[in-house]
Design a protein around this ligand. Structure first.
Ligand SMILES: [Zn+2]
Length: 76
């Protein structure tokens, strides 16, 4: 019985949402990168939104955008 891939995605989202200060959101492509990153690994952008609200919002969005039976309550 293997875990569906989506659980890993959700787990990562929870991890990020629990510790938003360790991450930031790329303003160019909305990727979440570690707070120590100088440029975005995805688009090489260098402008980031470091507000935890934005990081948490984005983590939940990325964790749930694939259509699943998981609800937002599971992230709380
Ligand atoms: Zn980017």
């Amino acid at each position: 019985m293997s875990k569906p891939l989506n659980n890993e995605r959700l787990q990562k989202a929870q991890e990020i949402a629990a510790n938003p200060s360790a991450y930031k959101v790329c303003e160019a492509c909305d990727s979440i990168v570690g707070s120590a990153a100088v440029t975005c690994a995805n688009c090489h952008g260098y402008r980031f939104d470091t507000s935890s609200t934005r990081v948490v919002d984005q983590a939940i969005f990325l964790g749930t955008r694939k259509k699943t039976s998981v609800t937002a309550a599971d992230l709380a």
